[in-house]
Design a binder for this molecule. Structure first.
Ligand code: TPP
Ligand code: MG
Length: 377
């Protein structure tokens, strides 16, 4: 199938890093000249500085990746269960290529063909399978070599369009800082070898479009576990595992309220992690549902916080507050190079991105008059 494919696309899952197989995946992609999409929240499964990298699929992912995989005639999914969050329509694009042949490789037999219909299931390690495929395909005529220049032109166009769109969305110079602007500024200033963990929340979700990595084991998201309060303790674990690399947690202000106690651990044990706290005065992801599905009826989603930088300082950690886009990058560099546990509190606007699942909160059927605004009759 791969030898005959005219538009092969590789979907690089977390299994590639778990098996240390990134070099083999790169070799296979280069042999096929196949664009590579990261699976949802595995943005470190393929290097973003590689010309074949397209970015992540799924919630708040890359339109370039989505528009590219939509054109595939064969998809090679390496080390992924093809979970729903990573294959659902996004940005209004229903990108999963329903007519393409799907080859899925995974070490867990239970996930082969579980979520998506597949044509071939390979039970095995993603990296070893990629290396084996390189051996089998190397000396064969490959149909995809006939049109690789056209394919490169197409994927470069898609990537440029998406970068232009992200740049246009990140123009807001206002204060407090608009979420997409602050995420762009953080992306630009992020140390190249940083490890980033992300929490569950609206701004953290939007950050998926702005987190790019060139080395494996750099992105630690909560995945479908989806638990608020996850990112900061995870960053502590990352720092323990790789003390020479900066460890940065992205956390919403609501989620920070249920995880900042770990600051004490960091101060006591001298663990130099950075928490970037998005202070938008709301449980934004939940509020977005109240905006979209409950007629702007806010229950329990507006927050009154102290200064989280001041709280950090009172715990004996470092605390920085910024409220202007121009301050964000310098503050991140200061925090990650200070050698101390630092809370970087970014005052953010209340702007909210798309909700997790547009299909999850359909209006219920209710008969009572008092519910008429919130139900289908
Ligand atoms: C432990 C836990 N409790 C509740 C939720 C439901 N939940 C998902 S996102 C969210 C809001 C997060 O708000 P915040 O951390 O301020 O980030 P924002 O959405 O404002 O960017 C909540 C409460 C969850 N995922 N995990
Ligand atoms: Mg918030």
């Amino acid at each position: 199938m791969l030898a005959e494919a005219k538009f092969p696309v590789i979907l690089a899952g977390g299994g590639i890093n778990m098996g240390g197989g990134q070099a083999s995946a790169i070799e296979l992609a280069e042999l096929l000249k196949a664009p590579v999409c990261n699976t949802y929240l595995h943005n470190d499964s393929f290097p973003s500085d590689h010309e074949l990298w397209m970015g992540p699929l799924g919630y708040q992912g890359s339109k370039a990746a989505m528009k590219t995989i939509a054109q595939a005639d064969v998809v090679l999914a390496l080390g992924t269960r093809l979970g729903p969050f990573g294959t659902l329509p996004q940005h209004g694009i229903d990108y999963w290529p329903k007519d393409a042949k799907i080859i899925q490789v995974d070490v867990n037999h239970r996930v082969l063909g579980l979520v998506k219909d597949i044509d071939v299931g390979v039970l095995g390690d993603a990296g070893l399978a990629a290396a084996d495929l390189v051996g089998r395909l190397r000396n064969q005529p490959l149909a995809c070599h006939g049109n690789s220049d056209d394919r490169m032109t197409e994927i470069n166009k898609q990537k440029k369009d998406w970068e232009d769109e992200l740049n246009a969305w990140g123009q807001d110079d206002g204060t407090p800082v608009a979420p997409r602007r602050l995420l762009r500024e953080l992306e630009k200033a992020m140390p190249k070898n940083a490890m980033v963990s992300t929490d569950i929340g609206n701004i953290c979700s939007v950050s998926n479009s702005y987190l790019r990595f060139n080395e494996p084991n750099s992105f630690f998201a909560a995945m479908s576990f989806g638990n608020c309060g996850y990112a900061f303790p995870t960053a502590i674990g990352c720092k323990f595992g790789a003390p020479d690399r900066p460890a940065v947690a992205y956390v919403g202000d609501g989620a920070w309220g249920i995880s900042f106690n770990e600051l004490l651990t960091c101060v006591r044990e001298e663990i130099a992690v950075t928490a970037v706290v998005f202070h938008n005065k709301q449980w934004g992801a939940e509020k977005k549902n109240q905006v979209d599905f409950y007629d702007d009826r806010y229950i329990g989603t507006n927050l009154k916080n102290p200064s989280w930088a001041e709280v950090a300082r009172s715990f004996g950690a470092e605390g920085i507050t910024v409220d202007h886009p121009d301050q964000v990058g310098d503050a991140l560099l200061q925090a990650t190079s200070s050698g101390k546990c630092t809370v970087l509190e970014i005052m953010a606007t209340e702007e909210l991105g798309d909700p997790f699942r547009r299909d999850a909160l359909k209006k219920p059927v209710r008969m009572l008059e008092k519910y008429k605004d919130y139900s289908v009759t």
